[in-house]
Ligand binder design. Sequence first.
Ligand code: WTA
Length: 637
Amino acid sequence: MSYPFQIKTKEQYDRAYKKSVEDPEGFWGEVAGSFYWRKRWDKVLDWNFKDPDIKWFRGGKMNITENCLDRHLGTMGNKPAIIWESNDPEEHHRILTYRDLHHKVVQFANVLKNNGVKKGDRVCIYMGMVPELAVSVLACARIGAVHSVIFGGFSAQSIADRLQDAQAEFIITCDGAYRGNKEIPLKSVIDDALVQCRFVKKVIVVTLTRMPVSMIKGRDVWWEDEIKKVETMGNPDCPAEEMDAEDPLFILYTSGSTGKPKGVVHTCAGYMVYTTYSFVNVFQYTPGDIHFCTADIGWITGHSYIAYGPLCAGATTVLFEGVPTWPDAGRFWDIVDKYKVNVLYTAPTAIRSLMSYGLGPVQSHDLSSLKVLGSVGEPINEEAWHWLNENIGKGNCPVVDTWWQTETGGIMISNLAGVTPSKPSFATLPLPGIQPILVDETGKEIEGNNVSGNLCIKFPWPSIIRTTYGDHERCRTNYFAAYPNLYFTGDGCMRDENGFYRITGRVDDVLNVSGHRIGTAEVENAINMHAGVIESAVVGYPHDIKGQGIYAYVIYGSTHGDENLTRQDIAQTVARIIGAIAKPDKIQFVTGLPKTRSGKIMRRILRKIAEGETENLGDTSTLLDPGVVEEIKNGKI
Ligand code: WTA
C-alpha cells in the first residue's frame, strides 16, 4: 500500500497545513480519495458549531471493515494483521494474518446476525485484551452495529449505567481475563450489572480462563458454540453492510465535569479517514512496520491506534493482554525484542512506573528495531521524556508527544516523527486540518506567542465528536457552548516563542489519573454513597507515577471506629460504584468544607492544600467560614 497523503518533509508539512486551512474540503477530499468507497460523497463538509451539526463526506457510502480488511486481501492476505501476546509470556502467542482476521470477523459477524443483532443496534463489549476483542469490534462494524467497548476495570454499576444509557441489548464478554497474576471474573461482573438491565437479550461469552460462570438459558451463549453453528451453515461470507458516511460507528463513554459519563459518538467515514491519516503521518508508518500501542482497546487510544488506524493502513499491530510489570518490569522490552517492534506508543504513567525499576530490565533486551516512540494520555514530564529518548530510543528514535481526546477521535497536536521538530514536554504543532486557538475566560482569542489560555479548536476535522449518545444538548453545552463557534477541549495550554503548543492539563473538574479521565463529581457521588458520609470534595494532586492522584476531603457522620478502616471502606465503595481506577489515594476527614457564601465549594483552596501549598492560598475573602481552612490545613495527611 502506498499513502499518497504521507508527509515526508517539513516543507511538505507546511504546504499540507496551509492547504488544509485554505481549502479544507479540497484537502480532505484528496485524502479520502485513497480509501475504498462503495459510493463517493456528494459534499466533503457541512457544518456549524452552534447546534452542533457536522457532516463529513455527505452522501458517501462505505464500510470501515472493507478498508481495514477486504481491500488488503489481494496483496497482503498473508501479512500479519494482529500479533497477540498473551498475559503469560510462556504461553504461545498468536498471529492473525489479514486473511485470518477477515475470516474471523466475517464468521463472528454471522454469529451476531444469528443472535438477532441488526444495523444500528448497540453492542456492549466487555473483554480482556484478547484477539476476540478486536474481532468483536470489527464484526459489529461489519454489520453496522454500534459497538460500545467498556474497559475491563469498570464495575458492574458503571456497566449498568452505560448499558442503560445506550440501551444496549447485546453483550460480548469473556468468562474471565488474565491481568498479571490476577484473574478477573468478567462474566460475573456482567451478571451483577444485568440484575438492573432486564432489557439485555443476549450475552456471548468467550472461553478463556474457564473459571466457573453462570449461564442463563435463553440469554447467555458460548462464543465457540455459536461459531460452530455458523460453520455448519454453509455460506461463510458476510458481505459488509453499506454504511452512510455519517452513520454511527461506535459509542465510547468518557468522564466529564458532571457526574454522569458521556457516550461520545463517532461516525464511520470521518473517523476512518482521520485515524488512518494521523496514524500514517505521526508515526511515519512504512510498510512492514510492527506497531505496538500499549493502551487497552477499552480506551480511545486502543480504538484508534491498535485497531482501526493501523488496520486501515495495512500495518501489523500488536495486541498485548498483560501488564508492563508482570512477570517483571522488562515486559514491554521483551515484546519489543521478540517481535522486532518498530513503533512503541505508550503513556507517561507507564514510563514513570518502569523508570522506577532502573535500567536493569531494559539492558537485557535488544531494542534496536525501534524507530519511533510515542506518548499519549497526559502531559509527559521532561524527566520521563528524556528517559524514554535516551534509554529506550538510544537517542535515535524521534519521540512523538501526541495530544488528543476521546472526543477528537485521533491525534490533534503532535510532532510528526522525524519530520517536524520535537521539544520535550511539548506536543508542538497541530496536524494538517487542525486549527487550535487559545482563548481567555471570556472567549477572547489570545494571539501571538509566549502566551497561555484555554485550548479550543475553531474548525471541524473529520473525526470530531458528532453527539453524545441520546442527548445532543449535552454535547452542545459541554463542548460548543463555552465559547461561541469553538470546540472547547477542557485543557489549558501554552504556546511558546516558536508557536509550539504545550498542554498543561485540564481546566475543568476532570482528573487524569494514570492517563485515565475521571470526573471529580463522579468520585464524589460514589464517596457520598458510602453510609456515614455526609459530604465530600475531590481534587487532584501531583503523584509521582500516576501523574495525578485523587485526594478526597470527607465529612463523616459518626466518629466511632477505626479511621483507617473507614478510609478503606470508602475506597471499596468507590471501587464498587465506579471501578478500582477511581479509588482515592488519600482521604482526609474534615468537619467542614471551604464554601463561598452562595454555597459553592472553593476547590482552588482544596487543590492548593492537597498539593502541599498551604502558605499561599490566594484570595479567601469570599469564604463563609475561614476557620474551616485552618482546620483542613492542620489536619492535612
Ligand atoms: C490529556 C486520550 C498532555 C488531556 C487520548 C486530554 C494529554 C485528555 C495528552 C484526554 C498529551 C491526552 N499531553 N495531555 N500528549 N494526551 N492528554 O479522552 O487533558 O482519555 O484532554 O483521550 O488527556 O483523555 P482521553
